[in-house]
Design a binder for this molecule. Structure first.
Ligand SMILES: Cc1cc2nc3c(=O)[nH]c(=O)nc-3n(C[C@H](O)[C@H](O)[C@H](O)COP(=O)(O)OP(=O)(O)OC[C@H]3O[C@@H](n4cnc5c(N)ncnc54)[C@H](O)[C@@H]3O)c2cc1C
Length: 439
């Protein structure tokens, strides 16, 4: 059996290693358009490679995929995060789980992850074809004909399509796989960037750029709630939010609770990325902006925050109101809220009326921001891809074109930040590899 794996990223590397482990008699071609393997894996996680998640419960892991979680179930139970962890360690790369449950190599070097595969391939009978961009794939009878851009051709019995999405195109993932899948009869769902920062109309975020919060609830209002499949609240640690966000505020739509950071152009960080995934298919631009609200105190009610400030005022009434507010939030943000609400912060706090205290609290419980765009080309993943109903979740084989398998981001699967996208690629690549070995 001759197998051609198109794309030497996370899913392709794992599919190849799995076939070598389980079907060493197969003649394997790992085809990569770049001069090296796993370019995106190497730069992932800021170069440290957040290789998987420390969350062990597979059911919880599956909730981290705005699209594709159900389809992923089989692959994920088959090769869950704990086994991915053990696999890399058994191949010589010690890993560590950080406090936020992200898993990295102890060396903090994504190259070590790709190095595992390079070592496996160096001692195996696999043809690694670097600098080979596939141009077309055709099926003629039972054989797949791969045409390369350099004019070469290759015939194989089985193809694994692991060409990735089209985010960070400079890494080689330029979306070619969508055209290949389509030419072989597959449907490609609508594509959209996901896991991106938000650019806001409000310019004041630049003043406090770099200011971060460990826990905030960020909410967005769907432009068209009836078309939005993801109307729910979530938290970055997988727990149910302390309050039902959808229940309490009819029409709000999306929400996520986790860390975020103010930036020169708006907001970013894990909670923002997660929300961007939820709203991936909402159109938002300067003409049709997306309204979001940030609750800096998601575990306290409005009344509780107000009481906290009033108690401070009653004990340090001679302090300026600015200094009292600065005991509740960082001073730079205190200055902004007072400016935005036109409250004179230099007054003694005892001189400030309850109404103004409540206005500040309302602001902290729902900082209003107008999202006018996202960093073009800065997104981490592509939402959408090969239609999942046309792929067998038990094998990753196409139900339309026998002998064609898929793995990774080319599928209509995307996850939040935290190691979930690589985990999906390892799991689907592994399952595709094992299914091919069982042919
Ligand atoms: C900056 C950044 C940081 C990220 N950090 C993380 C992280 O820390 N943790 C995490 O879980 N996820 C992270 N992700 C997402 C994760 O890297 C991807 O989801 C994952 O790499 C997808 O794996 P894949 O195998 O499907 O595709 P890719 O890893 O993108 O690999 C696809 C490969 O196919 C090759 N290819 C494409 N077309 C052709 C062709 N025509 N011929 C031959 N070869 C071709 C490409 O060159 C590429 O090497 C990050 C993404 C980005 C952009």
């Amino acid at each position: 059996m001759r197998v051609g794996i198109v794309g030497g990223g996370a899913a392709g590397l794992m599919a190849a290693a799995t076939i070598l482990e389980t079907a060493p008699q197969a003649e394997l071609f790992l085809i990569e358009r770049n001069e090296g393997l796993g370019k995106k894996v190497i730069i992932s996680g800021g170069g440290r490679c957040n290789v998987t998640t420390g969350i062990q419960d597979v059911r919880t892991v599956l909730t981290k995929y705005p699209r594709g979680g159900k389809f992923l179930s089989k692959a994920m139970y088959h090769f869950p995060p704990g086994e991915v962890y053990a696999w890399f360690e058994s191949h010589g790369v010690p890993l560590k789980v950080e406090n936020d449950l992200r898993v990295f190599p102890e060396s903090n070097n994504g190259r070590d992850i790709v190095g595992v595969f390079e070592n496996v391939f160096a001692t195996s009978n696999v043809h690694v074809l670097l600098n080979h961009a596939v141009e077309t794939i055709q099926k003629v009878g039972d054989v797949f004909e791969l045409q390369f851009r350099n004019g070469d051709k290759l015939e194989v019995d089985v193809v694994v399509l692991t060409t990735g999405g089209q985010a960070y195109r400079q890494t080689g993932s330029v979306g070619d796989g969508y055209a290949f899948a389509s030419s072989l009869g597959h449907t490609i769902t609508k594509l959209a960037p996901s896991l991106n920062a938000f650019y806001t109309r409000e310019l004041w975020t630049a003043v406090i750029s770099g200011l971060s919060f460990q826990k905030a609830e960020i909410r967005a209002r769907a432009h068209n709630p009836s078309k939005s499949p993801l109307l729910r609240g979530e938290t970055s640690d997988g727990r149910t939010p302390s309050r039902s966000t959808t229940g309490e505020r009819a029409g709000v739509g999306y929400s996520f609770t986790g860390p975020f950071i103010f930036t020169h152009k708006g907001v970013s960080g894990p909670a923002v990325f997660a929300l961007s995934a939820q709203v991936a298919f909402e159109e938002y631009d300067p003409k049709t902006p997306l309204s979001i609200e940030i609750d800096l105190f998601p575990d306290e009610s409005t009344e509780e925050v107000a009481q906290r400030i009033e108690k401070l005022i009653s004990t340090v009434g001679k302090k300026s109101f600015l200094n009292v507010v600065a005991m509740v939030v960082p001073k730079s943000l205190a200055e902004i809220v007072l400016f935005e609400l036109n409250i004179n912060g230099s007054l003694h706090s005892a001189e400030i009326g309850k109404k103004d205290v409540l206005r500040c609290v309302a602001w902290f419980k729902g900082i209003p921001l107008t999202v006018v765009g996202r960093g073009s080309g800065d997104e981490f993943v592509t939402a959408g891809g090969v239609e999942l109903s046309e792929v067998d979740p038990k094998t990753m084989e196409s139900t339309i074109c026998p002998g064609l398998y898929f793995g990774g981001e080319v599928l209509d699967i995307d996850g939040y930040t935290g190691g979930f996208n690589l985990q999906a690629s390892w799991a689907t690549g592994r399952l595709a590899g094992e299914s091919i070995a069982a042919r």
